[in-house]
Design a protein around this ligand. Structure first.
Ligand code: FES
Length: 99
């Protein structure tokens, strides 16, 4: 891991989460830079902001954007992106536990 340079990870970052008994895997591939922020919204999508490369399951990149809202309720008609279908259908607040 390089702290002074831009690249923090050169390998895929996998976020596993369990929702409604379904284990989903969100794979964010490629380089993640220090300027990238990922926030799990309460009862909502995963917000990715900054410099990132979002790839599909075959490694093909989605069009470059400065931010993306990724569905974690599995109800979106536009997966992997959120389309608002989580409203009233997702009850999960991710919290960092004290070590
Ligand atoms: S999180 Fe918004 S539609 Fe799934």
């Amino acid at each position: 891991m390089e702290k002074s340079g831009k690249a923090v990870h050169s390998e895929d970052i996998r976020i596993f989460y369990k929702n409604r008994g379904i284990l989903d895997e969100l794979k964010i591939g490629g380089e993640l830079n220090l300027s990238t922020e990922i926030q799990i919204f309460d009862n909502g999508p995963i917000h990715v902001k900054g410099d990132f490369d979002l790839k599909d399951g075959q490694g093909k990149s989605f069009p470059k954007k400065e931010e993306a809202y990724l569905c974690r309720c599995n109800l979106s008609s536009n997966k992997p992106f959120c389309d608002g279908q989580h409203e009233g259908n997702l009850s999960h607040c991710a919290r960092v536990e004290n070590a």
